[in-house]
Design a protein around this ligand. Structure first.
Ligand code: NAD
Length: 266
């Protein structure tokens, strides 16, 4: 376990994940892609997992100059056995893959609810389960779960997403309690709306559900409760993920690191 004397001094060195293996799910997309590049920049060997083969290939092409490496693993996380298998031997696990459907409860398709819960809650459980034996064996591991403000607050028309993120918060806290004695931390990061394809795709759905023109969805719906009136960038979320992987954060576990422009300060 890291002792306080191992902490960096005031001129703290940059995050060094040389020799570490990190796994990032949903790495072909906005936040996951930024996390994969940030951890590879810190020297990690990154297993980049996504079902989007073209996106992963594009990501790997961007990683050439970094200190670490990015290795694409094309995988649909609804294959839960494969998800658990691919997590074996990882030192850092970033559970990030996600999807969204904006629809009133009475019209919410049960099969989509099931898929959202599978990818965003059950797969993280299986990935953690696959990663823990190696982490426990060496007495060190970092689990970062990309949750959301919707892990802490609900919004209408997002039943599956809100349920999955609230479940992920509970999973993360449980992993923190069980992992502490083994040098494993588990935390969530909780962004507000991030500038990614997931949000861009939502604008049409939200405009239909709220009966608003698309150009008003950003200001009247997405940023309504945010004190800072802009979307957060994926790289800003990746920096919080990197912080949670560093020695400065070894006492931080079971926490939810909120990056919401003041949304939950209301
Ligand atoms: N964009 C936001 O505003 C926002 C805010 C808070 C939290 N988040 C969370 O951040 C995470 C990433 O979101 P994003 O905005 O970068 O989304 P994104 O759509 O840009 O990326 C999500 C990635 O997950 C992958 N994915 C989805 N289903 C998969 C499956 N079955 N198997 C393998 N890969 C799969 C997609 O292919 C995609 O590359 C999600 O968990 C999301 O809930 C996003």
């Amino acid at each position: 376990m890291t002792s306080p004397s191992a902490l960096p001094g005031p001129q703290a060195a940059a995050l060094d994940l040389g020799g570490r293996t990190a796994l990032v799910t949903g790495a072909a997309g906005g936040i996951g892609r930024a996390c994969a590049l940030r951890l590879a920049a810190a020297g990690a060997r990154v297993r980049a997992v996504d079902r989007d083969a073209a996106g992963l290939a594009e990501l790997a092409g961007h990683a050439g100059d970094l200190a670490g490496t990015v290795e694409p693993h094309v995988l649909d996380l609804t294959d839960l056995d494969a998800a658990e298998f691919v997590a074996a031997g990882t030192d850092v696990l970033v559970n990030n893959a996600g999807l969204q459907l904006v629809r009133p409860l009475e019209d919410f398709p049960p099969d989509v609810f099931h898929t959202v819960l599978t990818v965003m809650l059950e797969a993280p459980f299986r990935l953690i389960r696959g990663a823990l034996p190696h982490m426990y064996g060496q007495g060190w591991g970092r689990i970062v779960n990309v949750s959301s403000v919707h892990g802490l607050r609900a919004s209408p028309y997002k039943a599956a997403y809100v349920a999955a993120k609230h479940g992920l918060e509970g999973l993360s806290k449980t992993a923190a309690l069980e992992g502490a004695a083994h040098g494993v931390t588990s935390n969530c990061v909780n962004p507000g709306y991030v500038r990614t394809p997931l949000v861009e795709k939502q604008l049409t759905d939200q405009s239909r559900a709220h009966g608003l023109p698309e150009d008003r969805v950003l200001t009247d719906v997405l940023l309504r409760d945010s004190a800072v009136k802009r979307l957060i960038e994926p790289e800003e979320v990746a920096e919080a993920v990197a912080y949670l992987c560093g020695p400065q954060a070894s006492f931080m576990t079971g926490a939810s690191l909120v990056l919401d422009g003041g949304w939950t300060a209301h």
